[in-house]
Design a protein around this ligand. Structure first.
Ligand SMILES: *[C@@H]1O[C@H](CO)[C@@H](O)[C@H](O)[C@H]1NC(C)=O
Length: 315
């Protein structure tokens, strides 16, 4: 859409067509934002009423109602990010098994854009689990009005960056251990979104890799293993599978050169964005126990992701 406008612009400096095209382009990206922000107070009120009503009910029952509210919001989000932008999503790997039936899982993936959060929903909705997605998130997001507090009550877990606080995470996971609370627990082991254009990040990644005697990665960051390990320790007997997604945004490649992946807002302005999603369904029993083994396993896995072979080639 945007590209078309600029093409028009170069041909005829400021014609009516260019003007209409630009208005259209702004409308296409702003309208979803207006809706997505606009419905928050309504849904929040709905949820808050349920929270009050369900106060004396068992936790799982509260969670059912809450997940139903979350599901509504997820569907609105997915409408815009799939249909409105006419996204072309290509799935690879074990998707047939993933879409077959609802499962309680831990979800990990490479992390390069805020759109990665929505991709979780794109997969979950095809399993009927879009209301049960819960994120491990940065502490700062707690400050977003209404949404920050809501997500906590939805079962998301806030973790502090840098100074990791295991107690808080343990408490959150304890709640999610409840067998009657179905979940996709999402953690991005890299922590920070990977941006191939950031020199600072490249330098930091190089230092981390060197301190562990490893080769620095070039298409993702070195994973942090503490959170993932804690999660495995706590949830091992509660879940059967880890879903490992590898995401490629076609708009983050340019003539074989990788660039920054589009943010949510930029994604909205794209014309038929193409995304490749590879999912691997890993049996929990095949993941090692013990902190140092988990660390090695995760490091090896991300080294593999980094040097991936088609169709999951990030380079
Ligand atoms: C996830 O899948 C990618 C692509 O197959 C692979 O390179 C990577 O090692 C996998 N990660 C884990 C944690 O298994």
């Amino acid at each position: 859409m945007n590209m078309q406008c600029s093409e028009l612009q170069t041909r005829s400096k400021l014609s009516i067509r260019t003007g209409i095209c630009m208005i259209n382009s702004y409308f296409r990206s702003f309208f979803p934002v207006v809706v997505l922000v606009g419905v928050v107070p309504q849904l929040y009120t709905m949820w808050l009423s349920w929270r009050v009503v369900s106060f004396c009910l068992p936790k799982w029952l509260y969670q059912r109602g809450d997940d139903a509210v979350f599901l509504i919001y997820q569907r609105i989000i997915l409408y815009f990010f799939e249909h409105w932008v006419k996204a072309e999503i290509l799935f690879y790997g074990d998707v047939e098994d993933v879409f077959k039936k609802r499962e309680k899982v831990i979800y990990i993936s490479n992390h390069q854009s805020t759109v990665d959060w929505i991709i979780v929903g794109m997969l979950a909705i095809r399993q009927g689990s879009e209301g049960n997605v819960r994120f491990i998130m940065k502490n700062q997001l707690q400050l977003i009005p209404m949404v920050g507090m809501y997500l906590y009550h939805h079962g998301c877990i806030y973790v502090r960056r840098g100074k990791f606080n295991p107690e808080k995470m343990m408490a959150g996971l304890e709640y999610l251990k409840n067998r009657d609370i179905p979940s996709w627990i999402v953690i991005f082991p890299e922590g920070t979104r990977y941006n191939p254009e950031s020199k600072d990040l490249a330098e930091k990644n190089k230092q981390i890799a060197q301190s562990q005697g490893l080769q620095p990665l070039t298409h993702c960051s070195m994973p942090k293993s503490r959170g993932f390990h804690l999660m495995m320790e706590k949830m091992r007997n509660n879940i059967e599978y880890v879903y490992n997604a590898t995401i490629i945004y076609e708009d983050a490649q340019e003539k074989g050169q990788r660039k920054r992946a589009p943010s949510m807002f930029e994604f909205m302005k794209l014309h038929k964005p193409r995304i490749h999603i590879h999912v691997e369904r890993i049996s929990v029993s095949s993941i090692p126990k013990g902190e140092s083994d988990v660390k090695t396993w995760l490091n090896n896995a991300f080294t593999n992701t980094d040097s991936g072979s088609p169709p999951v080639n990030l380079s």
